[in-house]
Ligand binder design. Structure first.
Ligand code: ADP
Length: 478
């Protein structure tokens, strides 16, 4: 447990931010120190090299005209070169054209031959400097040129560069102090940032814990970061949706129980009244039994409608799509509904503008047309009419179901697609309505990616317009 806790700390956003701050603080430092040291070294070598070369060149005339390079004694020059060499903690050599050392401030190697590429180059007229890292010496070689322009030898001057290492050492110790300061500062900043960034997240996580415990609360508005503000407001939206789903589920369950209980209660009353009375005439038995049969039919219809609705509501419910001849489908439905229409004395007229073949689920789409036409017949007056028309364009097909029946009150129109909603409760119950028909219709049309619209005037009639794509395109579920 402890191990998991410490591991989760390393995976926390606060730790990662702290790590980034530390790296951002330290890495440039680590990169810059060696680069600055290198730069300091090369600039110092170059400056010293060119200065030393200029100084060596300045001795040219003195050395050449006095014959010092060819062996003439010159105490003044001896002393001057010696003291210059000492001041540099180095050495001065004069080499003649035969590559032999003729003067040496150390007086050690006179007469020896020197073969070194820089001296050969200087014999050809080049002034050069070279830094020998192993000995820490800067070596300058310049040609000695007489008044005729001939090279008579080479002047070599060495300079100890020990001061470079000393300077670098003190530079490094300053840098180390700087590193300690920067490191401590970045650690402090990192810790503060870690606390600053992880606190609102921890707060949010605690609030989520309490929401999990009691689902009634909302996430407090978190305003420290715009991202968290947007997450908490979206989360609250989700909670709001969950609440309304929960409410509508509860309402649905209570409606279902109520609707299922009503026929049962009627049957119980009918049965009880038969059981409670003696010498009931057979006609009354028959009449009550017919009533009980009607209630059973009603109960069956409610259960069937509920099953259809549940099947459509099931998330990811599949449509069994095939190319269906819609004209034939409507013809077939109207044939089935003809007896109801005749009984209600309602005239049904069907007008098809063109043959329509569309990709639909035949069973589910039959429910759509049946419910609409059945309603138009049911909520009609004696001698009324129902007009059904079918049309299409290159993309959709359109079904219009129009009647001159009872119409729907204005304030009910927006509710008629809700489950168990009935605009006129007593009439609807009387004619066997369950209040589920239009909910089934709407779900089925939505599954086909279509739309349904209604226009109605109370006392004048209603018009239902359905629009469905000819080709079914399955919606991607993410
Ligand atoms: P029901 O089973 O009660 O018919 P529906 O869901 O099919 O349930 O319809 C809901 C309500 O909408 C009905 O109770 C009725 O009041 C109203 N309604 C539906 N179609 C029509 C129509 N063509 N004319 C008048 N009212 C209608």
């Amino acid at each position: 447990m402890k191990n998991r806790l410490s591991l989760s700390f390393f995976r926390s956003i606060g730790f990662k931010i702290a790590l980034i701050i530390i790296l951002v603080g330290i890495i440039p430092f680590m990169v810059c120190v060696p680069i600055s040291l290198r730069a300091y070294e090369s600039v110092s070598i170059h400056t010293d090299g060119t200065n030393l070369m200029a100084q060596a060149i300045s001795y040219n005339n003195q050395i050449v005209t006095s014959g010092y390079a060819t062996g003439e004694d010159n105490k003044v020059l001896d002393n001057e070169l010696k003291s210059v060499a000492e001041s540099y903690n180095g050495r001065i050599l004069i080499i003649n054209s035969a590559l032999k050392i003729v003067r040496d401030s150390f007086m050690a190697d006179i007469g020896k031959t020197v073969i070194w590429e820089n001296i050969i180059y200087s014999m050809q007229g080049e002034s050069l400097y070279y830094y020998d890292k192993a000995t820490n010496y800067l070596i300058v070689s310049v040609p000695l040129i007489n008044s005729d322009g001939d090279i008579v030898g080479v002047l070599v001057m060495n300079k100890s560069m020990d001061y470079l290492t000393q300077n670098e050492d003190s530079f490094i110790s300053y840098m180390l102090i700087g590193a300690v300061i920067i490191f401590s500062l970045t650690i402090i900043i990192a810790v503060v940032a870690q606390i600053y960034f992880s606190r609102p997240l921890r707060k949010m996580s605690n609030s989520l814990d309490s929401i999990i415990r009691e689902y009634d609360t909302l996430l407090p508005e978190e305003t420290s970061f715009i991202e968290l503000e947007s997450i908490s407001s979206k989360f609250n939206e989700v909670i709001g949706k969950l609440h309304s789903i929960d409410e509508s589920r509860q309402e649905f369950v209570s409606n279902v129980s109520h609707e299922l209980k009503t026929p049962l209660t009627s049957m119980k009353v009918l049965a009880d009244s038969l059981n409670g009375s003696e010498d009931v005439p057979i006609e009354m038995y028959k009449e009550f039994m017919l009533d009980i049969g009607d209630e059973i039919d009603r109960e069956t219809k409610i259960i069937n409608d509920l099953l259809s609705l549940v099947r459509m509501d099931k998330s990811g419910a599949e449509l069994n799509v095939s190319a269906v001849n819609i004209n034939e489908l409507i013809d077939h439905i109207l044939k089935r509904l003809k007896p109801i229409a005749e009984k209600a004395d309602v005239q049904v007229v069907y007008e098809s503008f063109r043959p329509v073949v569309a990709e639909v689920d035949e069973v589910k789409f039959t429910l759509v047309v049946t419910n609409l036409v059945e309603n138009a017949i049911k909520y009609n007056n004696q001698g009324g009419w129902v007009h059904i028309s079918l049309n299409s364009d290159h993309q959709f097909f359109y079904i219009k179901v129009e009647d001159n029946g009872l119409g729907i009150p204005e304030d009910s129109v927006e509710h008629i697609f809700e489950r168990f909603y009935r605009a006129d409760k007593s009439h609807s119950r009387e004619i066997g309505g369950t209040g589920l028909g239009l909910a089934i219709t709407k779900s089925s049309i939505a599954m086909h990616n279509g739309e349904i619209k209604v226009r109605s005037t109370l006392g004048e009639g209603s018009t239902f317009d359905v629009r469905v794509p000819l080709n079914y395109i399955k919606k991607e579920v993410h």
